[in-house]
Ligand binder design. Structure first.
Ligand code: GLP
Length: 240
């Protein structure tokens, strides 16, 4: 694990973007695992601002997003992670939207309990080359809430009160926040060849500290599942 405690989120985002662009330069068929939330936004801006300058193209890139809400009320479609990714990245780069994947459509009504076909699709595409991750205050990664199993795959999950509360800032009323989501599992994430975890702000300190100090997996802190990943880079503005 490499930990970079940097001066600003700007600096972290620039480094994260450059890791992706450098890899894209070497491999135009890159498979990216992408995250939503406020954390990766700045990094996506850097990618948008720089890919053309570096003469790079996303037309052969495939992306797999970590998670998506289930049961989003129609007036909140703009809060879907599909919409977030289209707005913050996909509409502004030359990616083919057919190559951008989500574990479920936010419009899905007949939800199943089992979504491991998403993991199969990732495998069929050669696995994730670079996985971008944010982190929840409670140590969740994607929507793998405390209690998630190390071997978990993509699945339907009930969001915890703490996550619902944290995400209520994007909704008019806390009751409008979806209670369920489909998330890539801990094992699905761990299988990525390279992981870049971004964490900004003091409210993430405890979770990041748990990961940095982990000697084994602690179910109460899903982020600790990454403690022995062979290529994990943490970019943070928290000073340790
Ligand atoms: C959500 C997402 C996570 C994200 C987390 C942190 O719950 N499912 O993927 O890492 O929030 O969000 P933020 O980056 O806005 O702090």
């Amino acid at each position: 694990m490499k930990v970079f405690s940097l001066d600003s989120k700007d600096e972290c985002s620039k480094i994260g973007a450059n890791i992706i662009l450098d890899e894209l330069e070497k491999n135009k068929n890159l498979v990216l695992g992408l995250a939503t939330g406020s954390t990766p936004e700045l990094m996506y801006n850097y990618i948008i601002d720089n890919f053309k300058k570096r003469n790079l193209s996303f037309k052969d890139v495939k992306t797999f997003n970590l998670d998506e809400y289930v049961g989003l009320k129609p007036n909140y479609e703009d809060q879907s992670y599909r919409n977030f990714m289209n707005t913050c990245l996909f509409n502004q780069i030359d990616i083919d939207k057919n190559n951008t994947h989500f574990p479920v459509s936010y419009k899905e009504i007949n939800v199943q309990n089992n979504y491991d076909s998403y993991d199969k699709l990732i495998d069929e595409n050669g696995g994730i080359d670079i996985q971008i991750l944010g982190i929840g205050n409670n140590g969740h990664i994607a929507f793998n809430e405390p209690g998630s199993e190390l071997e978990s795959k993509t699945r339907l999950i009930e969001l915890t009160e703490s996550t619902i509360k944290a995400n209520s800032r994007f909704f008019d009323n806390i009751n409008d926040v979806p209670k369920k989501a489909v998330t890539m599992g801990i094992n699905s994430i761990f299988n990525a060849k390279k992981i870049i975890l971004l964490a900004f702000g003091e409210n993430k300190r405890e979770a990041v500290e748990k990961l940095i100090n982990a000697k084994s997996f602690d179910k109460n802190w899903p982020c600790t599942s990454l403690y022995n990943h062979e290529d994990l880079t943490i970019l943070t503005d928290i000073q340790f």
